[in-house]
Design a protein around this ligand. Sequence first.
Ligand SMILES: [Zn+2]
Length: 359
Amino acid sequence: MSQVIRRLLWISSYSAAITVSACVSMSGRDSCIRTLARAGTSLADSRQDAGATVWQTQEMHRLNLGDFELSVFSDGTYPLDGGAFFGVIPKVMWSKKVAADERNYVTAGLNSLLIRTGKHTVLVETGMGNKLSDRMKKFYAQPAKLLENLSAAGVAPEDIDIVINSHLHFDHCGWNTVRDWNGNIVPTFPRAKYYAPEGEWQYARKPSERDAISYIPENYDPLVASGQMTLLKGGEEIVPGISVKTFRGHTASMQGIIVRGGQNPHFSQKQGEVGHPRDSSFVPTACYISDLIPTTAHIDVTWGMGFDLYPLDTIDSKKEYYARALPEKWLTVFTHDPNVPWAYIEKDESGKMVAKEAE
Ligand SMILES: [Zn+2]
């Protein structure tokens, strides 16, 4: 058994995912499908077994952004207290947008963005992962679907060249690392260069009592120690077309990931049909805005999360983001929306923010 396959076997505890992962790393998607057929199942079945809903598939959530290809992959969904999710917004208002269960939990998504630039395969955010403590699992259920969903689309951990974390809360960098057979923490994406905000890492070493539970050092400390994770000041271009920008509010140093796809006449023409500019200076742009605007229900500037450490700065940062993103028609990627992973945000005639779905 090759090292690659051995590695994949212990990464996942789900038999369907093991089969998919292993065969992808052996000889590609075709043999993968054949192997699954022999095992008496189909690729579609394996997705269903893994709890993946249709929208998580590459067919449903993939688009070309200029020369780049973007796809959304989910680590699953998890229950989150609705009051905490919407901060000071009264339930009579937020419950019109999002349904809560009898315990007041709403469903939150865990969306990662995969960018294929032609030269690099870049993964933005790595979900919740599979290393939660038993106590944390009681609250968050630990769906741990990201590797399965990547595998189902033919993406193996070894394919990822670059991993970018917007910040270091456990639900954004959980799959950065996994435990091996011996209990040692190792990188999930062995070939990848990892990036995260330096201010986040500094803060995570001595977090406040309020949000200390959100930081799990195993997700990043071993990568920083080995030199596999590079810490960012904010404003850096990581590869041509992919840069980061600090948006203070949720934390002091959270960064949005801005993707500029280059000029592609086909894209401009296609997007022009739904009101997007066709002029030659148009550069199709997307932004993974992370917890500054976690879902489409949070697009109003005053609808921040209770988790935000600096709620007034969240408002300022949203205004700063919209001042660019609206006139330039940026595609906004939502980290926690279980239904709409990306959309164009616009202002309607009454000045209200509306999310216009990209697909
Ligand atoms: Zn967060």
